[in-house]
Design a protein around this ligand. Structure first.
Ligand code: CP
Length: 327
């Protein structure tokens, strides 16, 4: 892989990417531009294969343990679908309260248990650094599916793949990407900002004062020479925006419910607001949404958030194939 000579990604036969067999995927900091273009080349191939034949046996006989300590619809089900599309099977642990975690079993022991039965472990956990702890305990590859307010690397990969597929390979340099909403607790925007800093983009951050992008992330992005600007309102940033990345204000991350009440509903994307945006741009959202994008915008061709979820399937198929030595 990639085997398609028409692929817009790295040329057929280019093998400059790092070897991913047996590797953990914990942070976007692991990836170079060449790695990303390789992953997206494989994901693009996966897309073609799913469209042509649906399911195939690349990972026949392999087993994924899907270990989720926090709720998930997209990440959990797309990893399941990815494994099954590749001919493998899944041990689903979506409700840890029904597992031995409820008896007090530690994360390292849970991971050591699952790797007796599975070839790869996908983990979502509420604590920052949990995926790294699991990876240290495990001999098999661990994929971080979100560690608290830390990172969500596979989401950032699918977000960037969405930009490549929607706006064209090779256009990322020069884009203006505006991130909107909860930039403090939103792990997806932390990972995406870091990943985008590998390209020559401009980043705008629009948020309430108490939900600004963390300084640590902004410092890392600034160190890559990426221009960044912060706004309290969307008005000034929207007309130049090529990618508007909307996030949910995450009620579950607030210690004080009164603080959540002050900022919920701070921004709502709707057809009237989008009149000042470019016609050739996309609106993305990691989802779920709780009102920050009005449903009457859903039929606008710029609304890419449902297509974005589908791109996640292809990226996760690529990652599973890579860490299991089949890509
Ligand atoms: N985007 C995302 O992580 O969605 P889920 O929480 O449904 O997995």
């Amino acid at each position: 892989m990639p085997t398609d000579p028409q692929s817009p990604y790295l040329p057929f036969g280019d093998n400059t990417h790092a070897p991913w067999y047996g590797k953990d995927i914990l942070s976007v900091k692991q990836f170079s531009r060449a790695d990303l273009e390789y992953i997206f080349g494989v994901a693009h191939e996966m897309r073609g294969m799913v469209e042509r034949i649906g399911t195939f046996d690349l990972l026949k006989g392999k087993i994924l343990a899907n270990l989720f300590y926090e709720p998930s619809t997209r990440t959990s089900s797309s990893f399941t679908a990815a494994m099954e599309r590749l001919g493998g099977s899944v041990i689903p642990i979506n409700e840890v309260k029904y597992s031995s975690v409820s008896k007090g079993e530690s994360l390292p022991d849970t991971v050591r248990t699952l790797e007796c039965y599975a070839d790869v472990i996908v983990l979502r956990h509420p604590e920052v650094g949990s995926a790294a702890i699991a990876a240290k305990a495990a001999r098999k590859p661990v994929i971080n599916a979100g560690d608290g307010v830390g990172e969500h690397p596979t989401q950032a990969l699918l977000d960037l793949f969405t930009i490549f597929e929607e706006l064209g390979v090779g256009v990322v340099d020069g884009l203006t990407v505006t991130m909107l909403g909860d930039l403090k607790y939103g792990r997806t925007v932390h990972s995406l900002a870091r990943l985008l800093s590998l390209y020559k983009v401009k980043l705008n951050y629009v948020s309430p004062e108490i939900l600004r992008m963390p300084k640590e992330v902004m410092d890392e992005v600034a160190a890559q020479g990426i221009p960044q600007a912060e706004y309290a309102s969307l008005e000034k940033a929207l007309p130049d925006t090529d990618v508007l990345y909307v996030t949910r204000v995450q009620k579950e991350r607030f210690e004080d419910p009164a603080e959540y009440e002050k900022v919920k509903g701070a921004y709502v994307i709707n057809p009237a607001i989008m009149q000042t945006a470019k016609q050739q741009m996309i609106v993305m959202h990691p989802l779920p949404r709780v009102g920050e994008i009005s449903t009457d915008f859903d039929d606008d061709p710029r609304a890419a958030y449902f297509r974005q979820m589908e791109y996640g399937l292809y990226v996760r198929m690529a990652l599973l194939a890579m860490v299991l030595g089949k890509a």
